[in-house]
Design a protein around this ligand. Structure first.
Ligand SMILES: CC(C)(COP(=O)(O)OP(=O)(O)OC[C@H]1O[C@@H](n2cnc3c(N)ncnc32)[C@H](O)[C@@H]1OP(=O)(O)O)[C@@H](O)C(=O)NCCC(=O)NCCS
Length: 148
């Protein structure tokens, strides 16, 4: 189930964040700001196997109204099961978007493979975007299909 972030998800999101981005995790203030700025496009993937009261948060995505993905992460124990794909598809299926794009660390080959699989192409790069590491810009436009 994909639904908007709520404040009760914060602790789970912080755990996912710290394990996913150990070099530069967002802190709780950043997530509260993202919630304020993007109340409808800060989404979580919640497993409903744990019952209505015990939903487990497996991942999240935040994107802006013009299609910029600010962050996406999936709990390390739940990767390679299609959670990231479902979250990103939700963005790609937003009718108003004419493109979707993100920055990816040059050394983050897993995320690059993920975006490539989802039909994104590298369209540029920003030197030292992450301090001492470049960012690749990956972009998708409607009509480009996921690769096989
Ligand atoms: C990138 C990330 C969000 C992908 O989430 P995920 O739920 O594991 O991805 P999915 O299971 O939906 O993968 C879809 C496809 O993408 C590709 N893919 C995903 N992760 C991959 C990896 N580490 N290496 C190679 N290919 C990968 C595969 O083709 C996969 O399909 P398959 O498993 O059937 O082969 C997750 O690895 C993550 O949270 N990474 C740490 C945070 C991060 O780097 N975020 C992106 C910052 S720009």
């Amino acid at each position: 189930m994909i639904r908007p972030f709520s404040l009760s998800d914060l602790e789970s999101i912080l755990q996912i964040e710290n394990q996913s981005f150990p070099k530069s995790p967002y802190d709780w203030i950043t997530f509260l700001n993202l919630h304020t700025l993007y109340p409808e496009t800060f989404l979580v993937y919640a497993s409903t196997n744990h019952g209505q009261k015990g939903q487990k948060i497996l991942g999240y995505i935040v994107f802006s109204q013009d299609g910029h993905i600010l962050s996406i992460a999936v709990h390390p124990h739940h990767r390679r099961k299609g959670v990231g794909r479902e979250l990103l598809r939700r963005v790609m299926q937003t009718p108003s978007l004419t493109k979707v794009w993100a920055e990816v660390r040059r050394g983050n080959q897993g995320a690059q493979a993920f975006y490539s699989k989802m039909g994104f192409q590298v369209t540029g790069w920003v030197p030292n975007y992450y301090g001492n590491e470049d960012a690749l810009i990956v972009q998708w436009t409607p009509g480009a299909s996921e690769s096989n």
